[in-house]
Design a protein around this ligand. Structure first.
Ligand SMILES: C[S@@+](CC[C@H](N)C(=O)[O-])C[C@H]1O[C@@H](n2cnc3c(N)ncnc32)[C@H](O)[C@@H]1O
Length: 294
């Protein structure tokens, strides 16, 4: 049965890939926008703050925050660059962006411009040398890395900096395995292919982004474990944090409830057998700078 379902699932996946039927993250992030800060930022925020603290932000700087979401980086940066500085906060999800705007207003930050757009497409429209800094927090996986690198190099002024933090390809491995096992029980639930490009590690970020005029300043790997005691808690975290964005959209929505209960059941079974489901975010970070001369 499992072997047959494995074949079915593989055929569906190949079929969607060939026909370019790929899931998007917009609806899933829109759905998670109201709870994102209480789940994702609550746990991953300390990794983000470590990055911001190391960025050479100065009063008056113009900084671009790509895939800004609810504004974790936008707000820390807006406070650091002050009234005379400016943050351009770009995101594809209208509800994540609306949350960012509300959060900024609550903190009396008035130096952020909010832009609803694909980050890379927007960046392509910016003048060369326009930014003092570019940050991309947990959003690089949704972009073509080479094109992004080229645009960062072009849009930064000489001496400008960039900061990237992203989940590694090995992140949330146990949870991914459970999703795969649940799908193996219900291969008909897969309705689209899912396409994200998670970097393997910090070395990859350095190799991919620090070339030409861009050079490495600092880079590291890290991990954060989200405590979840039951399958229900794991499922809740994955949905409300947006960590399953793109995956939910890849499901045929008529099978969503069945798939989700299967996931919870499998997570509970694993907890009963092995005592836990490690909800472990493994991430990598790169801080770089554009050289002043080649
Ligand atoms: C994990 S959240 C990160 C949000 C924020 N940077 C933070 O650190 O909390 C990923 C964000 O990327 C956005 N996103 C996904 N694909 C995008 C794209 N192609 N262009 C712009 N934003 C995108 C999503 O809407 C979501 O808000």
């Amino acid at each position: 049965m499992i072997l047959l379902n494995f074949v079915k699932l593989s055929l569906r996946s190949v079929n969607f890939r060939l026909r370019n039927v790929t899931s998007t993250t917009i609806n899933d992030y829109d759905a998670a926008a109201a709870t994102y800060d209480d789940y994702y930022s609550r746990y991953l925020g300390k990794a983000g703050s470590t990055l911001t603290e190391k960025l050479p932000l100065k009063a008056g700087d113009t900084i671009i925050d790509l895939a800004c979401g609810t504004g974790f980086f936008s707000h820390e940066i807006a406070a650091a660059v002050g009234e005379k500085g400016q943050v351009f906060a770009v995101d594809l999800s209208p509800k994540m962006l609306a949350r960012n705007r509300e959060n900024a207003a609550a903190k009396h930050l008035s130096n952020i411009e909010f832009i609803e757009s694909d980050a890379l497409e927007w960046l392509k429209g910016q003048p060369s040398g326009a930014a003092d800094g570019i940050v991309c927090g947990w959003g690089v996986c949704y972009m073509n890395h080479t094109l992004l690198r080229n645009e960062i190099e072009r849009v930064l002024r000489p001496g400008g900096f960039f900061g990237i933090i992203e989940n590694r390809a090995c992140s949330l491995q146990a949870v991914s395995d459970l999703f795969r096992d649940a799908l193996l029980e219900h291969p008909e639930a897969l309705a689209k292919n899912m396409s994200i490009s998670l970097p393997p590690d910090e070395k990859y970020l350095v190799k991919t982004f620090s070339k030409g005029m861009l050079t490495r300043v600092d880079s590291w790997n890290g991990e954060i474990v989200v405590p979840c005691k039951t399958g229900e808690e794991v499922a809740e975290y994955m949905l409300r944090s947006g960590a399953s964005a793109g995956f939910i959209d890849a499901l045929d929505q008529t099978h969503f409830e069945t798939m989700w209960s299967e996931f919870v059941k499998k997570a509970d079974q694993r907890i009963a057998r092995r005592g836990e489901v490690p909800v472990k975010h493994e991430y990598c970070v790169l801080i770089g700078r554009k050289k002043t001369s080649s």
